[in-house]
Design a protein around this ligand. Structure first.
Ligand code: BES
Ligand code: MN
Ligand code: ZN
Length: 491
């Protein structure tokens, strides 16, 4: 488990500055004003900060950028970072500044001279999240990342905000670690064990094994894992921080590796399918955050953990399986396996928990990447209210999502000649026919949304708050949705 940088919120004490080692961050407003801390540092450095702020480079820098002064004269610090930021930044600006600080400081300890600037907790949060690296399989001794100290004029307020945000960051990092982990390490069993460990933080965790899944009639989910030596599992995580109301349900696709099965994928890029459990990873990260921040809501997270492998026991194209709901499915393409997993977990979630709503997340289709690239997840929903609330939460957290259409004409594409439906609808509108398939396992009046995160769960280029690789996309948005909509309004 990757350790996040430690965040310490301190009272402002400018006397430590001359002898303080590591990186020191000072703020300069876009019109070049230095606060008290920045002026003190500038004085110690024979006015270098003032010179930086008057320079062309500062003028050209964007809000949230930092300029680095290495080996500053008159100080013990390794570098002084001049951050261009207004006194009342937006959340996005504050987090971007934190991300810039993370990149500029490397692994050095950092002291952020926050003074009276607002949203300092967001600066620290951006710094902690962007400082994430996935190193468990690097053998060289890597120094862990240094602490983030923030000096603030109102430390108690910053501390309170930071405590909540760091609970979210822990969830994001949990998701990233799961999603980055290779499939020989993160088997279905290892995944279930890591979730079981969250009993320590107050979640109720159950692991349903294959014999129980068979008794429940999950023929659709089980057919995906038949070719694998790793057993299929469903893990149920419950957080009951609310009253006695019905829970909200989160459901995740947890294909620990997707070879395509007998409908084998091409070799090029197949290694990326180690992230095909990204939906389950997000559900797990959200559950972790809710527990760490003791959310006043009832939420249940369910993940279907399987491995899609070809073998003599694997499901064949043309096979017909029976879902827990009772509907039969003709498996035309064994590479359209995520929907087969979700069908049964969605049904089980509704039957057992009678939730007030369901959101499922899945790296479901390559087609959503063709449509939306890596900037937005595809959002599909039968409920405008739920969907709009989610899109609003995602927007506030800077996590892109774009609503896609659904409808009967798309549903007609998955009619089967010999069974109740088939698992693919042809090349056209591949992400939408996948969503139509899922909707067949959603009860009529159940508010539901499907998030196709194939393009956003793991990316090749860095994003605002993450290096290349797993992003943890969705943890922040879902946490905010639950906080805004489902938590007790009196707090
Ligand atoms: N896991 C893949 C989708 C995917 C593709 C995720 C690229 C992340 C990056 C999914 O199981 C899959 O194989 N979908 C097929 C569906 C097709 C057979 C109808 C696809 O998108 O090609
Ligand atoms: Mn597949
Ligand atoms: Zn898949």
């Amino acid at each position: 488990m990757t350790e996040l940088a430690q965040v310490n919120i301190l009272e402002t004490d400018l006397n430590v500055l001359p002898t303080r080692e590591g990186a020191i961050v000072v703020f300069a407003t876009p019109d070049g004003k230095l606060d008290q801390g920045a002026r003190k540092v500038s004085t110690l450095m024979k006015k270098t900060v003032a010179r930086v702020v008057e320079s062309d480079r500062f003028e050209k820098a964007k809000i949230g950028d930092v300029l680095t002064i290495a080996f500053p004269v008159g100080m013990a610090a390794s570098k002084v970072l001049v951050a261009k930021l207004g006194r009342r930044p937006s959340v996005e600006e504050a987090r971007k500044t934190g991300a810039s600080i993370a990149k500029a400081r490397g692994t050095d300890d950092v002291l952020i001279l926050g003074g009276a600037t607002s949203r300092l907790a967001d600066v620290a949060y951006g710094c902690a999240l962007r400082g994430y690296t996935f190193t468990p399989h690097k053998t060289a001794d890597e120094d862990g990342v240094g602490a983030i100290d923030v000096m603030a004029n109102a430390p108690a307020d910053v501390q309170a905000a930071s405590d909540v945000m760091m609970a979210v960051a822990e969830g994001v990092v949990f998701t990233r670690d799961l999603t980055n982990e290779p499939a020989n390490v993160l088997t279905t069993t290892e995944f279930a064990n890591r979730l079981q460990d969250m009993e320590n933080i107050g979640l109720t965790v159950e692991v349903l094994e294959e014999d129980e899944l068979e008794k429940l009639g999950m023929g659709s989910l089980l057919c995906v894992g038949l070719g694998s030596a790793s057993p299929s599992k469903v893990v149920v995580m419950q957080w009951n921080g609310g009253g006695d109301e019905a829970p909200f349900a989160l459901v995740g696709k947890g294909v620990v590796f997707d070879t395509g099965g007998i409908s084998l994928k091409p070799a090029g890029g197949m290694e990326d399918m180690t992230m095909d459990m990204g939906g389950a990873g997000v559900v797990s990260g959200v559950m972790k955050t809710l527990a760490l921040r003791k959310a006043k809501a009832n939420v249940v997270g369910l993940v279907g953990l399987v491995e899609n492998m070809p073998s003599d026991r694997a499901t064949r194209p043309g096979d017909v399986v029976t879902s827990m709901k009772g509907d039969t499915i003709e498996v035309i393409n064994t590479d359209a396996e995520g929907r087969l997993v979700l069908a049964d977990v969605l049904w089980y979630a509704q039957e057992r928990f009678k939730p007030t709503g369901v959101i499922n997340l899945a790296t479901l289709t390559g087609a959503i990447i063709v449509g939306l690239g890596h900037e937005n997840a595809g959002a599909f929903s039968n409920d405008d209210t739920l969907c709009n609330k989610f899109l609003k939460a995602a927007g506030a957290e800077g996590e892109g999502a774009w609503r896609m259409p659904m409808g009967a004409a798309y549903d007609a594409k998955i009619k089967s000649r010999i069974a109740d439906m088939k698992n693919v609808g042809g090349r056209d509108a591949g992400s939408i026919t996948a969503a139509q398939f899922l909707q067949r396992f959603v009860k009529d009046d159940m508010p539901w949304m499907h998030l196709d995160i194939a393009g956003v769960a793991s990316v090749k280029a860095e994003t605002a708050l993450a290096p290349a690789g797993a992003t943890g996309w969705g943890v922040m948005a879902l946490n905010r949705l639950i906080a805004d909509v489902y938590e007790a309004k009196d707090s």
